[in-house]
Design a protein around this ligand. Structure first.
Ligand SMILES: Cc1ncc(COP(=O)(O)O)c(C=O)c1O
Length: 433
């Protein structure tokens, strides 16, 4: 393989397999191996789904227009999201399309700042909301600060906003500390005062391995409302079926002012992001124009892929597949936790799971480890036939196969994990002496 002239970043450095082709849940590597892709929240229908390919091909002849010019395909994508994905959610008023979820988060946060005249923003510990603008500010995982990570030090850019970091729920579903709703409740209540002057509270539902309970969302929503802050639900990972429902916020009683989507929104057919605004928020905006612009937002190819994705996902009942696999995965994750002393915590829902290993915690993360344990494990899982993801920390793995995955394929991923996790066990033994 010729040396790559793509700039090396923390994600692209190290020895990486070269992917040459993909179809469904399978990736084909340069050396001819076929492995299951369990890393991919951007391809919920699998790679190169025929209906997404057809939608993108058809849209390739569309005029190259920006969102300033009306386009029927854009209306159709908004209808699909509001009438199918968000069916029954009557509070939802209108959609604006973006190029990525990070961009959508940034725009929604700045909208909240403009409406409230406040600049402070809140999220919870271990959140990830994107790598641009205000979304990067609210990406509080220290390894994703948008700066430089050397082996022994980091350089982070200054923050744009005053960021309040709320306590994350403590419990995990499998292994690790058990759920403790009372501790979560008092933890949040104790920081209620910090929300008094925030423009928005932004929460996601999986990042940093935190899959919080509906009660946490409802309490946070109530605190946001009391503070007259806008509540934004970041469903970039969890939206459109991955955790066994169309959206994770639907597990709670409360309903957000804004829902953010991205990643798999266009089923991998195009870069995509979206913000759904509540009717109430639209009323607050009255006749205002939302003064923000980008050349490629709501591109016809993006919109065609989104519409096709929602149509196929609803027809094939993909959220139900994720729900059906939840029980199997919970059982198998428990089995892994029992078998591997190297595991410290596992949490997850539907077809999105995070396994944390013993070792330096995310809070102790410092600089760039050239060969983190999590990456070594991922390499071993790859040898066993599945690609899994790490989250840039030394000690965290996550599993997110396409929603079309079959049981046998899932079992292959789990067998690969079983094989790879032996490294974590050996590390625990080594540290113990
Ligand atoms: C919860 C969440 N929000 C936002 C983003 C940012 O998405 P994008 O990379 O499309 O900007 C991510 C990406 O991982 C995410 O997980």
């Amino acid at each position: 393989m010729a040396a790559s002239r793509v700039l090396s970043t923390s994600l692209t450095s190290g020895s990486q397999p070269l992917v040459v082709r993909a179809e469904g849940v399978w990736l084909e590597l340069e050396d001819g191996r076929r492995v299951i892709d369990a890393t991919n929240t951007a391809a919920p229908l699998g790679h190169a789904h025929p209906e997404i390919v057809a939608a993108v091909r058809a849209a390739a002849t569309s005029p190259a227009i920006n969102e300033g010019v009306r386009w029927a395909g854009r209306d159709a994508a908004a209808e699909a999201l509001l009438e199918t994905a968000l069916a029954g959610e009557d509070w939802a008023g209108a959609v604006r399309f973006f190029i990525s979820a990070g961009e959508a988060n940034d725009a929604a946060l700045s909208l909240a700042q403009a409406l409230s005249g406040r600049s402070a923003l809140a999220t919870r510990e271990r959140a990830y909301h994107g790598g641009v603008g205000l979304s990067r500010d609210l990406t509080v995982q220290p390894q994703w600060h948008g700066g430089l990570a050397y082996r022994d030090r980091t350089l982070a850019p200054p923050r744009l906003a005053d960021v309040r970091e709320l306590p994350a729920p403590v419990g995990a579903r499998i292994a690790g500390p058990p759920a403790d709703p009372e501790a979560d409740r008092t933890g949040l209540a104790a920081v209620a005062g910090e929300l008094a002057d925030v423009a928005a509270v932004l929460i996601d539902y999986s990042q940093g391995g935190i899959y919080h309970q509906p009660e946490y969302q409802d309490q946070l929503a109530a605190l946001a409302r009391d503070a007259e802050a806008i509540w934004i639900a970041d469903e970039t990972v969890t939206g459109l079926g991955r955790v066994g429902s169309w959206f994770q916020f639907q597990a709670g009683e409360s309903r957000p002012d804004v829902v953010i989507m991205g990643k798999g929104l266009a089923a991998g057919g195009a870069p995509a992001g979206a913000a759904v605004l509540s009717r109430e928020l639209l009323e607050r905006m009255e006749d205002a124009g939302w003064q923000s612009y980008s050349s490629y937002r709501a591109h016809p190819i993006e919109c065609a892929a989104i519409e096709a994705h929602v149509r196929v996902s609803a027809r094939d009942g993909l959220w139900r597949r994720a729900l059906d696999f939840d029980e199997l995965l919970a059982r198998e994750m428990q089995r892994l936790a029992d078998a591997h002393p190297g595991i410290s915590r596992i949490d997850g829902r539907g077809l999105h799971w995070t396994i944390e290993l013993h070792g330096p915690s995310w809070r102790q993360w410092e600089g760039h480890d050239p060969d983190p344990l999590a990456s070594q494990i991922a390499a071993r899982v790859l040898d066993a036939g599945a690609m899994i993801a790490t989250s840039g920390e030394q000690t965290s793995l996550f599993i997110a196969p396409p929603l079309i995955v079959e049981e046998g394929e899932l079992m292959r991923v789990l067998e690969g994990l079983d094989h790879g996790l032996a490294l974590a066990d050996a590390e625990v033994q080594r540290v113990a002496g």
